[in-house]
Design a protein around this ligand. Sequence first.
Ligand code: NAD
Ligand code: MG
Length: 389
Amino acid sequence: MERGDSLTRVVILGSTGSIGQSGLSVIDHDGGARLKSWGLSAHSRWRVLAAQAVKQLPRFVTLTDPALAALVERELRGTGIQVLAGEDGLIRMVQDPETDRVLSAIVGAVGLRGTWAALEAGKTVALANKETMVVAGPLVMDLARSRGAQILPVDSEHSAIFQALKAGARQDVRRVILTSSGGPFRGRTRKELVNVTPEDALKHPTWQMGPKISIDSATLMNKALEVIEARWLFNLEPDQIEVVIHPESVVHSMVEFVDGSVIAQISPPDMRLPIQYALTYPERAPAPCRRLDLGQSFSLHFEPPDRETFASLDIGFEVMKRGGTAGAVLNAANEAAVSRFLKGEIGFLDISRVCRAVLDHHTFDPRPTLDALWNVDARARREVDRWIP
Ligand code: NAD
Ligand code: MG
């Protein structure tokens, strides 16, 4: 399409969330050099969305609920911004002929819908929503291939791996090593975790994130989901993926090649860097956040994960090996369990316990369709909701 500028038009799905707001901060920092916000979406925080739209002047905004969309429409009268609603609104924004990249930053399996629509239209997707890959990795990768669409990782570990992979040939990769901060409960025993509260679990030592991923980081389910995400995103064999605990969150992940060389990507923990890289790739733009200060002395630590205390990790490895419906079941069970934990209905250790129970009960299908995946997703949520600790 003929356009008066060479700006990359970016749609942010979930612009009111932690990643969404960091995405907007990257666009602000860019100052109109490369990026332009083209569409924004929110679930319920309509005032925040309206304020973002007034500042960014995108072409579109979308709210899940039409009643909230009507409120935003009133706020944006006269701006020329088109206000849309529901899934149709998301699809309209991501498939707009002028949309160049979609930052997929809605939380949960529901984020798969917008990601799917973007890939169907051949758009480049900057993927923060890891649940997309956990639920439907092989189908999503097939779709991207068939539409010639690119998926660029935003998750810091996968961005690091994506960057490190460029150091050698694909057939010379021995393994990838994902780093994990260990979360707020690193070093604790299971006994010490029986009575932890949502408030304790939400306090992450190195990252500021939305509530769901913060709880996932405390259980290490986040790393479990990332192991599955890495398998499909980089087309790895199950035995090529490992996890190491690295409390400082400076080494974001590593790739080991056959000759024993290990290539890492390192920077202070700040999501603006991987978000910007996914929005400007293959170009690199000036740092949107603090740089690593090598003038100060500092140490980096690595240790093996405690797989007994953090049972989610082994569940993730097992699901990553199985593929099929296992990822969708684990993801849905975990979403439902986290939501019950946040409401005080189940304990912290119950999260991995109920995920294990639901996984063990489900009828495994090695080659599910997308519809089949949505069915097992719904069933797993119902089972968790009925589960009595
Ligand atoms: P968040 O809770 O801060 O924000 C979620 C966003 O999704 C909000 O804009 C909300 O309006 C929208 N949303 C929620 N439910 C919705 C629904 N049903 N329909 C439509 N929109 C809905 O979450 P976050 O921490 O920004 O995480 C977003 C995604 O990015 C997650 O998949 C997470 O795993 C991933 N991620 C986050 C970080 C991080 O640092 N926060 C890092 C890596 C990956
Ligand atoms: Mg991550």
